[in-house]
Structure formats: structure tokens, C-alpha cells
Design a binder for this molecule. Structure first.
Ligand code: A2P
Length: 283
């Protein structure tokens, strides 16, 4: 009798198969047809340094021959700061991208897979002390800076923080602009660093394929000197300036060459120096 009841129970209420390393989505925001952000639960034991990335994803489609499903994982910068109880991610949507074609449809309550082993070079530990910190981003490369801009150490360590963000279109700047605006009323940062800490931030958004107040690639705007004039700062130099770079591959290579040209040396966790680079996620 007992046996039968158990069997009936199993049939009526099958246990929902849990994904390995599952976390639950708590919020999703869509910005354009190419960009969205989402938040999810954070494993209690997971520690990370603002600016690091983790592998996240979903289960892939069953293999045509074997029927087996494998996790489909990609490296994503954590966009939330290290002190936040949830995790935030900022993602591109690629209609035929193996992961983002599916990930763009997640809803609160859904599960994603996250391997809780954060790593990365866009961390304060990889830079030696300086006065002015530059964040150079294109597209979704803004994500690690969304973390670092909410990290108290950023303002403890530097007098000035310059964030440049180059995107194709104006709508792609929204996530970054809203985040920077929200810092003005960020209770933790105002408490820890002091009221008005946000005056240390200089925000320099530019677009390349749609009309906006400042047009052009940041690389060209620095080469011509226009960016330095607009920002009211001298050209980058190795005594005072430190930089973190996160964008598409061509951008990273070009900025790297320019920073080396200004006399900055690339740093790493094991050997801190004057600038660090990370590739933004692309599907
Ligand atoms: P552009 O429109 O001139 O290609 P993407 O969406 O392709 O990743 O590009 C994001 C932004 O980065 C775009 O505004 C793009 O400008 C810009 N970009 C691409 N390559 C470079 C580069 N080598 N240097 C500076 N900006 C770049």
C-alpha cells in the first residue's frame, strides 16, 4: 500500500530537475533589441572582487544523436559590486547566438547556471597607485565598470574617475547613464566615501552610428586631443593615470597600443602595473 502511494506521488508531482549550480533570476530589464540586463540570486559562499567575471549559461539543446544535454556557458563580467547580495549581468542579444538567443528570454523565477569561481584582471589589485583612473568601454564592455563604479575602493584609491563609453547608438548608452545617475543617491557610497563623492566621476559617452552630443570613437577623440580638452584633463601619463579597458577585440588592441604609446605598462594580478584589459563577452 505504502509503495503504491509513493509511486502515485512521484507520478503526480515529479521533482523539477534542478540545473547544476542553479541560481534564480530575480529581475530582467530590456534596453534595446540588442541589450538587456538581469539580476539573480548569489550563492552564499561566493566571494569576488569588483570587476571579475564568472561563467554563466543555460542547458543547451539535446544532442541530435545521443539526446544528451550539456550546459552552454560563457564568461560574463559581474556588473554588481562585491558587497551586493544579488548578482547583476549586462548582456548582448544575438538572434542566432547559441546562448544569448535563449538567455534573452529569461524571466524572474527562471534558473540559470553559474559556476561560482570568479576570476579576472579588471581589479584594483592589478594596478599600482595613481591619481586618475580611466575606464574605457564599448558596448557591453561597460559591465565590469558598473561593478567598479559601485565599489567604494574606486573612490578611496583615486581623486578622479573617468568613464568613457563608445556605442553605435544612443539607446545603447542607457544602462550606463542610468547607473551613473543612480550613484548620486547611492546610500552606501555617500556614507562610506562622503556626500558628493560622485563629483570625482567624469562620464564621456560617445556614439558612432547615431547622432548624439558627442560623436566618434574614443580612440579617435583621444588621438586628436579632443577628448582631453572636453574632459579638462592633460593627456594620459604614467605618473598619474591608470586605466582599465573592456570592449570588442579591435578596440582593446587599439587602446592597448595607445596606452603603451603614452608610456603605461600592462598589469596583472601577479604583477600590478598601470593598465589592464579584458575582452567583453560576444556570442
Ligand atoms: P563603429 O561603429 O565605428 O564600428 P560593437 O557593437 O561592434 O562591438 O561596437 C561597439 C562600439 O565600439 C561601436 O561604437 C564601434 O564603432 C566601436 N569600435 C569598434 N572598433 C573600435 C576600435 N578599434 N576602436 C574604437 N572603437 C571601436
Amino acid at each position: 500500500m505504502t509503495h503504491m502511494t509513493e509511486q502515485t506521488l512521484v507520478k503526480e508531482a515529479p521533482v523539477k530537475p534542478h540545473l547544476p549550480d542553479a541560481q534564480t533570476v530575480t529581475e530582467v530589464k530590456h534596453y534595446t533589441d540588442r541589450l538587456f540586463s538581469f539580476r539573480c540570486t548569489r550563492p552564499e559562499t561566493m566571494r569576488f572582487r569588483s570587476g571579475e567575471f564568472v561563467m554563466i549559461g543555460l542547458m543547451g539543446d539535446p544532442d541530435e544523436k545521443t539526446g544528451k544535454v550539456k550546459p552552454l556557458l560563457r564568461a560574463y563580467s559581474i556588473a554588481s559590486p562585491s558587497w551586493d547580495e544579488e548578482l547583476e549581468f549586462y548582456s548582448i542579444k544575438v538572434q542566432d547566438g547559441p546562448l544569448t538567443s535563449k538567455l534573452q528570454h529569461i524571466q524572474p523565477g527562471d534558473e540559470i547556471i553559474m559556476r561560482p569561481k570568479p576570476v579576472g584582471t579588471l581589479v584594483h589589485d592589478a594596478l599600482i597607485p595613481g591619481k586618475r583612473l580611466w575606464f574605457f568601454a564599448t558596448g557591453t564592455g561597460f559591465a565590469p565598470f558598473a561593478s567598479l563604479l559601485r565599489e567604494p575602493q574606486t573612490y578611496e584609491d583615486y581623486d578622479e574617475v573617468i568613464i568613457t563609453h563608445t556605442c553605435r547608438e544612443v539607446g545603447e548608452l542607457t544602462y550606463g547613464r542610468d547607473l551613473i545617475e543612480s550613484l548620486k543617491t547611492d546610500e552606501l557610497l555617500n556614507d562610506v566615501i562622503g556626500e558628493g563623492f560622485w563629483k570625482k566621476i567624469k562620464y564621456y559617452p560617445t556614439t558612432t552610428r547615431e547622432e548624439s552630443p558627442k560623436m566618434g570613437r574614443i580612440t579617435d577623440l583621444m588621438r586628436s586631443g579632443e577628448a582631453f580638452t572636453d574632459l579638462g584633463v592633460p593627456q594620459i601619463n604614467p605618473e598619474t593615470d591608470r586605466a582599465m579597458v573592456c570592449g570588442n577585440l579591435a578596440f582593446n588592441l587599439e587602446i592597448k597600443e595607445m596606452l603603451e604609446g603614452y608610456g603605461l605598462e600592462e598589469g596583472a594580478n601577479s604583477k600590478p602595473a598601470q593598465y589592464v584589459v579584458e575582452k567583453a563577452f560576444l556570442d
